[in-house]
Ligand binder design. Sequence first.
Ligand code: GUN
Length: 294
Amino acid sequence: MSARIIDGKSIAAELRGRIAQATASLTAAHKVTPCIAVVLVGDDPASTVYVRSKAKAVAEAGMRTFDRKLPAATNEAELRAVIAELNADRAVSGILVQLPLPPQIDAHRIISSIDPAKDVDGFHPINVGRLASGLPALVPCTPLGCVMLAKTVHTSLAGFDAVVVGRSNIVGKPVAQLLLAENCTVTIAHSKTRDLPAVCRRADLLVAAIGRPETVRGDWIKPGATVIDVGINRVAGEAGKPKLVGDVAYDEAAAVAGAITPVPGGVGPMTIACLLLNTLRATCAQNGLAEPAI
Ligand code: GUN
């Protein structure tokens, strides 16, 4: 069997096109333009690249964006003052504080200081709790993208055995909550799980968010399963040239799975598209407007 490739790049491009249309209608009808403030503390190279690509996508969707770049030595009180200012600014619909933060800053306290209505990352405890309670919430972007990709393969995920490998607050836990809301039977596996390959082999839908390259092997996969690979790992390729690989051994897995996301070009592009979607949703909610159908 050779798996269907889930083309996240083109699915995300289509989604971004629909979001741009909805944004244009919102601006034309209500004179409201979504605006996202991206806060970057320090000059971590990976974060700088992420922030630049986010800003480009936001602008392409017809939204406004501005970056607040703060020095690496910024303390927690200074960062909280910036967030308080953005919370109070009615022109700002979304606030994204790029993680990781420098060690002198407590990320949990910072995330909790963002207005939950502007929390387009979906990391605030209020949004986490709302998602877990089945209430409308701003939902973390990568997990939302994973579920959207799975739903391009299956119109309903109800009754699926879903296995999520990884228990981070950013991906593993929220993707498990979203899959539960889709009526999957969800298992969260992690580094202490006994016989991880056997647990993975039960999955009709396998989400790999481990953060270690090519950990999930072909013989961990149930024939015909849908595999969503969240990993982005830089490894040495041919002649030592760096290349990106996922948390799944792609060639082995593609020979067994029914459908699989590639790396790059799978989950990654969906994360930014979902950030735009959250920003649009947040803007509508803040202005008492119905959410447009996307
Ligand atoms: N750093 C890596 N991924 C993310 C993300 O999704 N949101 C934020 N704010 N920081 C990140």
